[in-house]
Design a protein around this ligand. Structure first.
Ligand code: UDP
Length: 570
């Protein structure tokens, strides 16, 4: 099968079964056999005579053709004793010592199994308020986040992958100002992504220039009023400085809460794409869009029939994962199976646009993105309805806000994940992100350098007789081909990289995919180093008005350890 050397290395390091000496005793093919078999076997729970071999072959082909991949924990753990298959969890943090430390323990169990956890700390009483049982003073949400962080740090040594956390605080919590700056100058919260939970009331006060109230969650009393614009500017300033906090729009998440009877959605998973109720978990999977194209006389376009078939098989796969999963807690097992949410998304979007010759930052790309994602969700819904006939609707279907005419097996269908590892395995651009850089110079251990070129760019340049190593080095150095004037105009227009695309165009693409997605979209809006705070603020407002569920921004060079660098690979 066609996995690259890079992909093979990643799989060997983390995913394949190893012996006591750490040597892989499973091949890449063996891994896909294991996963396909374990997930197909769930069919038997609903039909004793199910043709499991046939389903296994469908799942195996889809994965080995790199058309669809489930999230990493499924690849690592399916068909193995640990058996935890989900990437996303949200745990409640209640305002008592017992419950806080219970949440830490639960998070540790989840991290050990490769899952990431999200928490809202909004229910914890404010720093400095009294603790009844001791007469002491409460230390507040941020101090407890440091304890969660330490536990994550310790567990990550022995786990399958780095445990990740999301920490949310509502904008009306009295400790909000401390929260906004809590990651600015220390590493005590380095295992968290943080986001401020914004309310529409707050956003309206920002726009009208008014005040808003801070409420102590313990006493439910208003303790202070702040000018909304000041707080908004402070969030913008912190994000401009080092990319955090992000923001999420809580009212919008709750408008799409399919079972409001079960309580409010307070948090998402670590990368923000999956809002969940407390104790809910979700498994994700992504379709590689570059494999959904067909070619005719050198012209690429979507093969809608193939995309439909793949989306339907993927929904079958992800629904089976819910039953094959071994949940880290009894409560998570129960709550997850009440709504049976799945998160089908995409990767390779930017690469697909390159193939089709459509610039990422064009109206055509935005319209096509929305169309593709709406199509995937609609096909997924059809499959989920078909599964419901056979297997029954999810238990809370009648209580849900979903249209009641067609029972559904799954409460939600779609989510757009970052696909950090999956896109390496599939060898395509990640999620719905634009290509970050087209050429990288990689230093090999013996001092030699290797030039890595985006395969679609290489093909195009070779076809036109324009490929040379000198040109590649120049692209690596400049980070973009947009300014290389001797290259044809059409290439410079289509082969745009993250920094050639305006932040507004990043958000427009995020909003387009959001319109076709039940859950949320993982996306980072890239800013140039010299971007201003005002530009960041404008993008936040645009995201609010275009219906995004949250925003993460990153200004180039604003953190000392940056994961992606133009022109150099760490
Ligand atoms: N995640 C995690 N630790 C990691 C990477 C990811 O816990 O090191 C979780 C987290 O909830 C994230 C989700 O997995 O939002 C999906 O991330 P991604 O799509 O990058 O994962 P992949 O399946 O590609 O490994």
């Amino acid at each position: 099968m066609g996995v690259s050397e890079n992909a093979r290395l990643v799989l060997e390091k983390r995913y394949l079964i190893k012996d006591a000496d750490g040597k892989a005793i499973e091949s890449v093919d063996g891994m896909f056999q294991r996963v396909a078999g374990a997930i197909a076997a769930s069919d038997l729970l609903h039909d004793k005579n199910a043709d499991v071999e046939r389903t296994k072959k469908t799942f195996y082909d889809m994965m080995t053709n790199l058309e669809f991949l489930p999230n990493s924990p499924t690849l690592m753990n399916a068909g193995r004793p640990l058996g935890q298959l989900s990437a996303c969890f949200v745990l409640p943090v209640e305002d008592s010592m017992d419950e806080i430390f219970e949440a830490i323990k639960q998070a540790a169990l989840i991290h050990k199994s490769g899952g990431g956890t999200g928490f809202s700390f909004s229910r914890l009483r404010q720093k400095g308020s009294t603790v009844n049982s001791t007469g002491g003073v409460a230390s507040g949400p941020i101090s407890f986040m440091k304890v969660f962080n330490m536990a994550t740090e310790a567990v990550k040594q022995g786990g399958t992958r780095r445990g990740a956390n999301m920490g949310i605080l509502r904008v009306d919590h009295p400790d909000i100002l401390e929260f906004i700056d809590c990651k600015s100058n220390n590493s005590e919260i380095n295992n968290f992504n943080i986001s401020v939970g914004l309310t529409e009331k707050f956003m309206n006060a920002v726009e009208s220039g008014g005040d808003y109230e801070l409420v102590d969650p313990h006493t439910r009393k208003v303790v202070q009023k702040l000018r909304a614009r000041d707080v908004f500017e402070r969030i913008v300033d912190a994000a401009w400085r080092n990319g955090e906090p992000g923001i999420i729009f809580l009212d919008r998440l709750n408008r799409d809460n399919i079972v409001p009877s079960q309580g409010e959605i307070e948090s998402t998973n670590p990368c923000g794409e999956q809002p969940l109720l407390p104790y809910e978990s979700c498994n994700l999977g992504s379709i590689n869009l570059t494999k959904m194209l067909k070619e005719e006389d050198g012209v690429y376009s979507f093969d809608w029939k193939k995309l439909e078939r793949t989306a339907k098989d993927a929904v079958h796969f992800l629904d089976n994962v819910i039953d094959a999963n071994k949940y880290p807690l009894e409560n998570i097992d129960r709550v997850t199976k009440q709504t049976r949410k799945i998160g089908l998304g995409v990767m390779g979007w930017a690469d697909s646009l390159l193939r089709m010759g459509i610039p990422y930052n064009s109206q055509e790309a935005v319209a096509l993105g929305e169309k593709v994602m709406k199509f995937i969700t609609a096909c997924g819904r059809e499959e989920s309805a078909a599964l419901a006939v056979q297997r029954g609707a999810f238990p809370l279907f009648e209580e849900s806000i979903l249209p009641q005419d067609t029972p559904q097996r799954n409460g939600t269908i779609s989510t757009i994940a970052p696909t950090g590892t999956l896109s390496i395995i599939a060898g395509c651009s990640s999620g719905v992100e634009p290509v970050f850089g087209y050429v990288f110079i990689r230093n090999i251990m013996d001092g030699t350098e290797m030039v890595e070129v985006n395969p679609i760019l290489r093909e195009e340049l070779e076809k036109r007789g324009l490929y040379s190593e000198g040109l590649m080095r120049r692209i690596a150095k400049e980070g973009t081909i947009a300014h290389i004037e001797e290259l044809p105009e059409d290439l410079r227009r289509v082969f745009v990289s993250a920094h050639d695309i305006s932040p507004e165009d990043h958000i427009r693409m995020q909003a387009a995919f959001q319109r076709g997605t039940d859950n949320a979209v993982s996306k980072t809006v890239n800013f140039r180093h010299d971007a201003t705070r005002e530009e960041v603020a404008e993008v936040y407002s645009l995201a609010f008005h275009l219906g995004c569920k949250g925003v993460t921004i990153y200004r180039d060079g604003s953190r000392s350890e940056q994961v992606l660098n133009i022109g150099k690979v760490n």
